[in-house]
Design a protein around this ligand. Sequence first.
Ligand SMILES: CC(C)=CCC/C(C)=C/CC/C(C)=C/CC/C(C)=C/COC[C@@H](COP(=O)(O)O)OC/C=C(\C)CC/C=C(\C)CC/C=C(\C)CCC=C(C)C
Ligand code: CTP
Ligand code: MG
Length: 182
Amino acid sequence: MVLAVWLMLPAYLPNPFAAVFGGGRPIDGGKTMSDGRRILGDGKTFRGFFAGLICGTLAGLLQMRLIESYPVILGAQLPTFGTGGLNTTIVVFALAFGSLFGDMFMSFFKRRMGLKRGAPLPVVDQLDFVMGALIFAYLASPYWFSEQFTFKIILVILIITPLLHLVTNIIGYFMGVKKEPW
Ligand SMILES: CC(C)=CCC/C(C)=C/CC/C(C)=C/CC/C(C)=C/COC[C@@H](COP(=O)(O)O)OC/C=C(\C)CC/C=C(\C)CC/C=C(\C)CCC=C(C)C
Ligand SMILES: Nc1ccn([C@@H]2O[C@H](COP(=O)(O)OP(=O)(O)OP(=O)(O)O)[C@@H](O)[C@H]2O)c(=O)n1
Ligand SMILES: [Mg+2]
């Protein structure tokens, strides 16, 4: 489980940071589509996107520094991101970007379904950013991705993420960062 969380941290962290620092100008500019509904909604802002992207990428680069001193945590040999050098930065960036993109991508469909901003869509809300992160991480480094994201690791991610998402959202709700605890 530690491996799964380690690999996903650059994808996990953007969303809470987007929630903390989000707000201001919405990415869709307030525009609606032919169905009369917003393209993305007020829950997707430039500030949240870039704050999440920067924090997620920095987290991954920090992990690369941490691994130099602590290559093993809780008995698990920690993997590096990517194949080294620039590819490492590209993979970390891809995990953070994919996480935020996946979240936005599903917000688009939530609006098309007539769901208001903040309305829950169970399973989708918990896994949209995971799908985005995995797709972009694969595109960034197919070889590294297939080495690290084994079937078992992906299964663990699909099981623990809804749990982590729920707990984090509840924490965020009580912190006043989220309007809803989901
Ligand atoms: C171990 C268990 C069951 C729970 C631990 C939960 C935990 C460590 C939470 C971290 C605390 C935290 C980051 C609080 C932030 C509160 C906040 C600002 C929330 C607002 O954002 C909530 C939400 C917004 O995204 P949304 O658009 O999808 O609604 O964020 C969604 C949450 C995620 C995308 C997943 C976040 C997961 C983490 C931050 C995992 C952090 C894990 C660790 C620090 C290591 C834990 C170690 C092990 C071995 C589990
Ligand atoms: N790119 C982003 C993503 C998130 N957020 C902030 O983080 C909060 C939580 O994100 P999320 O739950 O995904 O947004 P919702 O408000 O639930 O909107 P949606 O129904 O589109 O998911 C948002 O309300 C918003 O304040 C942001 O500003 N910019
Ligand atoms: Mg939401």
